[in-house]
Design a protein around this ligand. Structure first.
Ligand SMILES: NC(=O)c1ccc[n+]([C@@H]2O[C@H](COP(=O)([O-])OP(=O)(O)OC[C@H]3O[C@@H](n4cnc5c(N)ncnc54)[C@H](O)[C@@H]3O)[C@@H](O)[C@H]2O)c1
Length: 266
């Protein structure tokens, strides 16, 4: 089969959590641009609907917006049921929704912050994968793609990201375990590990417009530390998303793919 045919997603349906913004929105665009119909899920229902309308207008695909909180099993079950009801099937699921944390040295770190970050960044992935797997294993077909982070593979360089790194390390591990568990049922599970990408994560802390001198110093350090000499942009994640969603990656499961400007090579 030609690689262009492998990467053609016409006739398939993708769901993206955290799809109203940033990396999730880029995943949703990539899926629709390759021909899939898409469900954009976000805790901000209006944002999900606005993103869905924009992607539908740009691509001509059927794109729906769904409001759901991925830390609730009832809501992850509902988002999958609504996708199958409205778009007819589910072939590709991105467990992508995530939040930043208020980092601290461990002596000052509030356990409530730990619970908040783990509930979205790790439990949210578990619940999204569970809801998708229940559907995909019935049809013996599917690709689940979790958003991890380089912070699931190496330690934090100074932001106090204790819960975040623990959650993302957990995402790398659940990806391996589910890949083995679901392989006999022809459902593949992989993860993407971005480095630093300009998005709305952390209330603007990752945007180029920051002015706080402490944050600016961290930005400069990130730039200095990145071999390709720039931050990532959401569009940098589209290629790997399409590869892992499509049959171009038919023999790939259980692996976490870094998209990091060379961060892990250093
Ligand atoms: N931006 C980066 O530098 C970076 C690096 C590595 C990994 N990531 C990961 O990428 C993913 C996407 O983040 P982003 O950078 O695009 O940030 P973003 O803030 O632009 O997008 C995250 C989206 O998730 C939604 N969301 C938050 N909590 C939710 C919940 N409980 N249920 C449903 N939706 C929820 C938000 O409303 C938002 O639209 C996250 O998992 C993040 O940890 C980001």
């Amino acid at each position: 089969m030609k690689v262009t045919e492998m990467m053609d997603l016409h006739g398939q349906v993708a769901l993206v959590t955290g799809g109203a913004s940033g990396i999730g929105l880029a995943y949703a665009e990539a899926m629709a641009e390759a021909g899939a119909d898409v469900a954009i899920v976000d805790i901000h229902a209006a944002g999900a609907q606005e993103a869905a309308d924009r992607v539908a207008a740009a691509t001509g695909r059927r794109v729906i917006g769904i409001g759901a909180d991925v830390s609730s099993e009832e809501e992850t079950e509902r988002m999958v049921a609504a996708t199958v009801k409205q778009l007819g099937r589910l072939d590709i699921c991105f467990a992508n929704a995530g939040i930043a944390e208020h980092g601290a040295v461990i002596m000052d770190y509030d356990p409530k912050e730990w619970d908040r970050v783990i509930s979205v960044n790790l439990t949210g992935v578990f619940l999204t994968d569970k809801a998708a797997a229940k559907h995909m294993t019935q049809q013996h077909r599917g690709s689940i793609i979790n958003t991890a982070s380089i912070y699931g593979l190496v330690g934090d360089f100074g932001m106090g990201a204790i819960g975040y790194t623990a959650a993302k390390g957990g995402v790398v591990q659940i990806t391996r375990t589910l890949a083995v568990q679901l392989a006999p049922l022809q459902v593949r599970v992989n993860a993407i590990a971005p480095a630093f990408v300009h998005t709305n994560l952390g209330d603007g802390l990752l945007q180029e417009t920051v002015t706080d001198p402490v944050v600016l110093a961290a930005h400069a350090e990130i730039l200095r530390r990145t071999p390709l000499g720039r931050w990532g942009e959401p569009d940098d994640l589209k290629g790997i998303a399409l590869f892992l969603a499509s049959s171009a990656s038919a023999y790939c499961t259980g692996y976490t793919y870094a998209v990091d400007g060379g961060w892990l090579a250093l």
